[in-house]
Design a protein around this ligand. Structure first.
Ligand SMILES: Nc1nc2c(ncn2[C@@H]2O[C@H](COP(=O)(O)OP(=O)(O)OP(=O)(O)O)[C@@H](O)[C@H]2O)c(=O)[nH]1
Length: 486
């Protein structure tokens, strides 16, 4: 073998080695390695420290605002004398439904017999205006239940839904002890880690794929599937994937921190951080803020109403609760218990009473008492869409004879996934939802539903429920939420 052949072979081998090395370097540069996903280089931008927990910690407290300027609807003139409202200890007496005959009842509550919902007569009749007079509080009651006195002999009409006739209870002062209300500032930090189940799906799942090497079409399809599985919904998923592809191509992504930062930015943008998420719970000059809480049974309406009342009371607001979920006595009892815990008065009706009547009474009472906010907990039986539509529409219409509704909060259970969306659409068709409360996010891996709900309804998620505890309600902040997911 002559020397020129040997030289040729050596040159070829050297060239081959050089080419292989070059290929390796290039492929490494294109690859996003997430091996340092837990390395100290991953910092929380706000706090400047490592965020390993992925916990949800909001940066601000609850934000409350005033609803659009409204004037209180002129109450219809009533020729009949006004019924008096008395304060009674809880729980004592069940009121009869609107239009029911006056009936004396024993002071001790007994099981209420379920009755069909009464249809209110449609013709106009002059009836008594339920003005509310608080009894002088000798020993100040913690929770008042408002009951109308039996001064009205006639049943009321739909158009003039008024106080229900009721036997006057013994006005003895209750001695209910208030639950200690934690100050709202800072208490949200206790919610850290509650979103851990969603982290795996959205955060680790996608970041893992991004770090899996060169992203070919298969990888992008997998990322898409992961986001869909986490319940982001098709529109949000496609938008996120598209933006992510563009951003990754435009920026030189080398590390997990780079990838996380870009993914985070894309997700936050998709959650529309510019939306107003304040809860319209601040009173107007001449009347309280009115909040309707709507949603399907079991989603957490009553719990959310109680939790929010607790925050408002802690904020120094006077809150009145209206138990317009009259289908189950237990629902009103549950709200009453919340009222007792947080120091909010309650107006309730008898089981099966007309929800609109109770809602009206609550708002009328709230106006008369000069409270800051009236929160009406409604029933949400999705028996038929028409039934629901009629009922909610009527509640809103009747309430607005007294005051404009400032906020309609739709409570959705995050654990039911797509079913929640179906429910949301039905409610959105019925009333103008102004905000969504997504409950039970602690019990699901599908935190992505937040994206879907907002996209679908076009209204912001304002609050999130992260547990059954009284303080497990948090304002929704896109950035803090995404931080918790990644
Ligand atoms: N884990 C968890 N449970 C919650 C949350 N919110 C509510 N719940 C629970 O969900 C159950 C139903 O809550 P409710 O407030 O009774 O629901 P509702 O919509 O008022 O139901 P009805 O009174 O039947 O109309 C209760 O056991 C609550 O403690 C949450 O954010 N996380």
């Amino acid at each position: 073998m002559n020397s020129s052949i040997i030289i040729g072979i050596v040159v070829a081998v050297v060239l081959l080695i050089a080419l292989v090395s070059l290929g390796l370097v290039l492929s490494r540069r294109r690859r996003i390695s997430l091996s340092d996903i837990t390395a100290p280089t991953v910092t929380d931008e706000k706090k400047g420290k490592l965020d390993k927990s992925g916990g949800y910690e909001t940066n601000t407290g609850f934000s409350f605002s005033q609803g659009p300027a409204t004037t209180v609807a002129e109450p219809p003139k009533k020729p009949v004398p006004e019924p008096k409202v008395v304060v009674k200890p809880l729980p004592e007496v069940e009121e009869p439904a609107v239009g029911e005959p006056v009936e004396e009842k024993p002071a001790v509550e007994k099981p209420v017999e379920a009755k069909p919902v009464e249809e209110m007569p449609v013709e106009e009749k002059p009836v008594a205006e339920p003005t509310v007079a608080e009894e002088p509080a000798a020993a100040e009651p913690v929770v008042d239940e408002v009951v109308a006195e039996p001064t009205v002999a006639e049943p009321e009409t739909v158009e003039e839904v008024e106080a229900e006739p009721e036997a006057e209870p013994e006005p003895t002062a209750p001695t209910v002890e208030l639950d200690e209300i934690a100050p709202t500032a800072g208490r949200l930090s206790r919610l850290r880690g509650r979103l851990s189940r969603s982290q795996g799906a959205i955060g680790k799942g996608v970041l893992g794929l991004l770090g899996g090497g060169d992203l070919d079409e298969d990888s992008w399809e997998e990322i898409e599937d992961t986001l869909l599985m986490a319940d982001l919904g098709t529109t949000s998923t496609l938008a996120v994937v598209e933006k992510l592809r563009t951003e990754l191509a435009a920026n030189s992504v080398r590390t997990a921190a780079d990838a996380r930062a870009i993914f985070k930015r894309v997700l936050v943008e998709q959650l529309h951080p510019e939306l107003d998420r304040s809860v319209r719970a601040l009173p107007h000059n001449d009347h309280p803020a009115v909040i309707l809480v709507v949603g399907v049974n079991g989603t957490g309406k009553t719990t959310t109403t109680g939790k929010l009342a607790r925050v408002l009371v802690a904020d120094g607001r006077r809150v009145l609760l209206g138990a317009a979920d009259t289908f189950r006595a237990a629902a009103a009892d549950q709200l009453q218990t919340w009222g007792e815990r947080v120091g909010a008065d309650i107006v309730r009706g008898k089981e099966q009473a007309d929800p609109a009547s109770v809602a009206f009474d609550a708002v009328a009472t709230g106006i008369d008492r000069g409270v800051d906010v009236v929160m009406v907990d409604t029933a949400g039986r999705l028996h038929t869409k028409t039934g629901l539509m009629d009922e909610l529409d009527k509640v809103k219409r009747v309430v607005e004879k007294k005051a404009k509704v400032d906020e309609v909060l739709l409570v959705l259970d995050a654990t039911v996934g797509q079913n929640g969306l179906i429910q949301a659409r039905v409610f959105a068709d019925v009333v103008d939802i102004t905000g969504v409360v997504l409950t039970k996010l602690d019990g699901t891996a599908k935190g992505g539903i937040v994206f879907h709900v907002q996209e679908e309804l076009g209204v912001p998620v304002k609050l999130v429920g992260l547990g059954e505890g009284a303080d497990d309600l948090a304002p929704f902040e896109p950035e803090a939420f995404v931080d918790a997911l990644l």
